[in-house]
Design a binder for this molecule. Structure first.
Ligand code: NCD
Ligand code: ZN
Length: 347
């Protein structure tokens, strides 16, 4: 296998990221904008982003928080609720700023309490989305307390996603942060118009990492890390060259105190070293040549964006990751804190 020293690729896009709001947003948005040309920004603020008008306001806050002259383009999402209505979907599409609509089953994850309780009652909304080609972005886990937390994605595929795709044969759907081998197979075999994002942390780690030598709250994210066999299936999908699988970090920063708590928040903050982490995963699979399409092309093709215009460069070599980073008036512990990544960001 050749092991290149330098990696050049078109500027990547992050198809799933949490930039938060307020003072913390400036730090999270700057970290994402330093690497990515575009990002699909999740709407799970408190209160959530439910309308196009709210999405455009949020977009302006993000752009306003970046250093001047930045070319970063945030693509917004709406948060689907039991009260969403079809007309809003048409407005969202017409704005040309909204990439999709996010389905959080109520109670599935951080700030999902306003999420969907009755998906089947939203068929008119989903039909409007299919009509205007506004994709549905899915947090694919059931919330049934009788289903083991490690099996909630697999249960969602059969109970919810399969029937939803059958009811809406033209709706474009992204299974966000797919974490299981069954999820990968589902997406591979699904009809056209179905894709998935893959996070760096799910490509690099399995669930053992969460308990290595003690409890590792900074590796607690949702959906949870899964078995090593699942991780291998995710890596195989990422390096397969299939345009159905593309980069979405799910970088989800929380202030340190919210992670180190009796009931800590879910989320890994990978944004500051995101591309380096993906490079590690692809390098370990002997497939660095597959990284450019995965990171810089397939999401753009799915969302109908122009090809990336500039280029970024990574160089092989250890880079230390800080123990903590500023996060508004607080601190955030990034993924790999106190350790190193195997690639240097050149620019
Ligand atoms: C996300 C967050 O913190 O907003 N957390 C996470 O563990 N991924 C929500 C989500 O995407 O599930
Ligand atoms: Zn997320």
């Amino acid at each position: 296998m050749n092991a290149p020293h330098t990696l050049r690729l078109p500027r990547p896009d992050d198809a799933h990221v949490h930039l938060r709001d307020g003072a913390a947003m400036a730090h999270a948005a700057a970290a994402t904008a330093a690497q990515f040309g575009r990002a699909v920004v999740m709407p799970n603020l408190r209160p959530p982003i439910r309308t196009t008008a709210e999405a455009l306001d949020y977009r302006a806050r993000i752009v306003g928080a970046l250093p001047p002259g930045h070319a970063f383009e945030p693509w917004m999402t709406l948060y689907l609720t039991d009260d969403s209505d079809p007309a809003e979907m048409i407005r969202a599409k017409a704005s040309a700023c909204v990439a999709g609509v996010k389905l959080y089953p109520a109670g599935a994850t951080t700030h999902s309490d306003a999420g969907v309780r009755g998906l089947r009652a939203l068929d008119d909304v989903l039909a409007a989305m299919a009509e205007v080609e506004l994709p549905l972005l899915v947090h694919g886990e059931v919330v049934d307390p009788d289903v083991d937390v490690f099996d909630r994605e697999v249960a969602f595929l059969g109970r919810e996603l399969g029937p939803l795709l059958a009811r809406h044969p033209r709706l474009r759907v992204v299974l966000e942060h797919v974490t299981s081998e069954a999820g990968v197979r589902f997406v591979e075999q699904a009809r056209p118009g179905v894709a998935a994002t893959l996070t760096a942390h799910h490509l690099l780690l399995d669930r053992n990492a969460m308990f290595q030598g003690g409890l590792r709250p900074h590796l607690y994210c949702l959906p949870l890390l899964k078995r090593s066999s699942d991780r291998r299936a995710l890596v195989a999908a990422a390096v397969s060259g299939s345009p159905r699988f593309f980069l979405g970090t799910d970088s989800a920063p929380h202030a340190e105190g919210a992670k180190l708590a009796a009931c800590g928040c879910a989320g890994c903050y990978t944004a500051p070293v995101a591309l380096q982490l993906y490079a590690e995963a692809f390098d370990a699979a002997g497939a660095l040549d597959r990284l450019p399409d995965f990171a810089s092309r397939f999401a753009a093709e799915f969302y109908g964006w122009l090809p990336s215009r500039d280029e970024v460069v990574l160089e092989r070599g250890a880079t230390p990751v800080p123990e903590q980073l500023p996060f508004g008036d607080s601190l955030v512990v990034p993924f790999r804190a106190g350790g190193e990544v195997g690639w240097r960001w050149i620019g």
